[in-house]
Structures are given as structure tokens and as C-alpha cells.
Design a protein around this ligand. Structure first.
Ligand code: FES
Length: 84
């Protein structure tokens, strides 16, 4: 069992599952859900190594190295702390 959390709450996620639903539960806003609009980009404060590798959509979008798209990545295991 993995965990996606922010400063005030946390949501359990099965190992290997996409984080989209958990991020939504934590208040992250979504738009296209296709890796195009950038609405779901958050800063990863801890646990970047516990997320899947960036896919093409994330690599093509201009964002900081510490940012990830919550509509695109999965959590492999462990904890990931985000700042929406
Ligand atoms: S919701 Fe548009 S990039 Fe994630």
C-alpha cells in the first residue's frame, strides 16, 4: 500500500496505481486529464522516486524538475508528499 499526501491529509493508493483519484481527493484540480493543460501539475515535496518515470506528455510540458502531472503518473510504492 502506498500513500499520497499533502500537508493536511493522506490517501492510500494501491502499489502501482495511478494517483489521479487520490490527488483529486486531496483537492488537486484537473482539466484535460490527458497531460496537455497543466491544471493538475503539483510540486512533489518528498518521494519523487516513488512515482513512475515521467512519460512523454510530462517530458514535453514545461515544468520544474520537482513538478509532476497528477493525471499522468502512478505511485510505485511508499509515500509521496505533494503541494498543490
Ligand atoms: S489535467 Fe490537464 S495535464 Fe493533467
Amino acid at each position: 500500500m502506498a500513500v499520497l499526501k499533502n500537508a493536511t491529509a493522506q490517501v492510500n493508493v494501491e502499489d502501482g496505481e495511478r494517483v489521479q483519484e487520490a490527488a483529486s481527493d486531496l483537492g488537486v484540480s484537473f482539466g484535460c486529464r490527458k497531460g496537455v493543460c497543466g491544471a493538475c501539475v503539483v510540486e512533489v515535496l518528498e518521494g519523487m522516486d516513488n512515482l513512475s518515470a515521467k512519460n512523454d506528455a510530462e517530458n514535453e510540458f514545461s515544468m520544474r524538475d520537482t513538478d509532476r502531472m497528477m493525471c499522468q503518473c502512478s505511485i510505485t510504492s511508499g509515500e509521496v508528499s505533494i503541494k498543490p
